[in-house]
Design a protein around this ligand. Structure first.
Ligand SMILES: *Cc1c(COP(=O)(O)O)cnc(C)c1O
Length: 415
């Protein structure tokens, strides 16, 4: 909830304050040598103290470390930190965001099951649902993200209501609470431990700074930790968080079964990045709102997508369900008379000096991409059009550089 009676900067400061100590200290305690920084335990196997210790460990009667794919102290400490920041019962770190997403989908669905997912979503997730899951007999209906569209698509085999909000790259906002209500209304499959469809939210764009899907009733939240959670663009990782039984099912399948385990070195890098998470997000979210307002008033810009703008269709909903409007925005260039938007987009990208032309997001560096020719080029053109990804659309992921430098850079490139 974003309180309109406070300035947005003050609102961001309060949100950062709420999680800052968890970011620094969560999951951490000095080790036996007194080392403040958690050691990177690279060992693939762990010694037993006796034969009966080994037997107890294998029976699950002793929570001894056994083997790196089944558990590792460095990864475990990261999972504790993540769960604390997200407000989750438990967390499972995975080798990448896609490992987390595939794990959750495959752990809950079997042949004949059905998923409802938004049309506007991360392209690789869309491809998993559109091209790969049907080969396993699991089908997906893609909808436009309104609760009514979700409701209309539900069948008696619907096992998952999948939500990605804000969405990529047009920052559409999906009403998590309304999808949760639908899942609990008796519609959809009665299979599984809950006897109803699961609500799974990809929270990568918002990060746990800007949104708490579990508090809104979602069953699981998935993240690409490659993005804002680690924040420094130096690691690939993912996470599944929520109810212990559901997270454990995903862990059994994706980490233990498919081997999508996060390496201890990667876990250490993510934990290191998380210590400054609240500070980084506070600044990046403030910059995103400033850039959105600046671009909205720019004569070369046709439209700006950011939930902070009163003109954004998801503005009121974002204010209700988010702690902040997030660090990503996108905007559409006006096509020059007689010229094409695609070409102008390329020229703008090549003129940037402070912002970097690269995929990914949530980095300390401001990153700009042209989705139609890069991240979303595998999407059929018609699907792209329905998802609102026009040829002149550029996406910005705000980093932590000087806001004035970024505005000057964009003004120069647009000119
Ligand atoms: C990057 C991203 C993913 C995939 O994460 P990887 O770590 O690259 O596997 C999934 N969803 C969203 C919204 C993303 O931005």
């Amino acid at each position: 909830m974003i309180d309109p009676s406070l300035s947005y900067v003050e609102q961001l400061r309060r949100r950062a304050d709420a999680i800052a100590s968890l970011c620094v200290h969560g999951g951490e305690a000095p080790d036996q040598d007194g080392a403040l920084d958690p050691p990177i335990v690279l060992s693939s196997a762990f010694a037993f103290t006796s034969a009966s210790h080994a037997a107890r460990a294998f029976q699950g009667e002793d929570d001894a470390w056994i083997y790196g794919r089944w558990g590792n102290p460095t990864v475990d400490a990261l999972e504790t930190k993540l769960a604390a920041i997200e407000g989750a019962e438990t967390a499972c770190a995975t080798a990448s965001g896609m490992a987390a997403i595939a794990g959750v989908l495959l752990a809950s669905c079997e042949v004949g099951d059905h998923v409802v997912a938004p049309r506007s979503m991360y392209a690789e997730s869309a491809r998993l649902l559109r091209e790969r899951m049907p080969k396993l007999g699991i089908t997906t209906t893609f909808v436009d993200g309104t609760p009514e569209a979700y409701a209309a698509a539900v069948t008696e085999r619907t096992r998952i209501l999948y939500v990605e909000t804000p969405s990529n790259p047009t920052l559409g906002v999906v009403d998590i609470g309304a999808v949760v209500e639908l899942a609990r209304s008796g519609a959809g499959s009665k299979a599984g431990s809950l006897g109803r469809p699961l609500v799974v939210v990809d929270g990568t764009f918002a990060t746990p700074f800007a949104q708490s899907p579990l508090a809104l009733g979602a069953d699981l939240v998935v993240h690409s930790m490659t993005k804002g959670i680690s924040g420094h663009g130096d690691v690939i990782g993912g996470a599944v968080m929520g109810d212990r039984a559901l997270v454990d099912a995903a862990r059994e399948l994706v980490v233990k079964g498919f081997g999508g385990v996060l390496s201890p070195l990667s876990a250490w890098l993510v934990a290191r990045g998380l210590r400054t998470f609240a500070l980084r997000q506070e600044r990046a979210c403030a910059t995103a709102a400033s850039l959105a307002a600046h671009l909205a008033a720019h004569p070369r810009v046709a439209v700006v997508h950011h939930p902070s703008l009163a003109t954004h269709p998801g503005h009121a909903l974002a204010r209700r369900q988010m702690h902040a409007y997030g660090a990503l925005l996108s905007f559409e260039l006006l096509a020059p008379p007689g010229g094409d938007a695609l070409d102008r987009g390329r020229k703008v990208l090549e003129a940037l000096r402070v912002a970097t032309h690269a995929v990914s997001l949530g980095d300390v560096r401001t990153l700009v991409v042209h989705p139609a020719s890069t991240t979303h080029s595998t999407m059929p053109a018609e699907t792209r059009r329905l998802a609102g990804i026009t040829d002149g659309l550029l996406r910005i992921s705000c980093g932590i550089e000087s806001e004035a430098d970024l505005i000057a850079d964009l003004d120069h490139a647009l000119g």
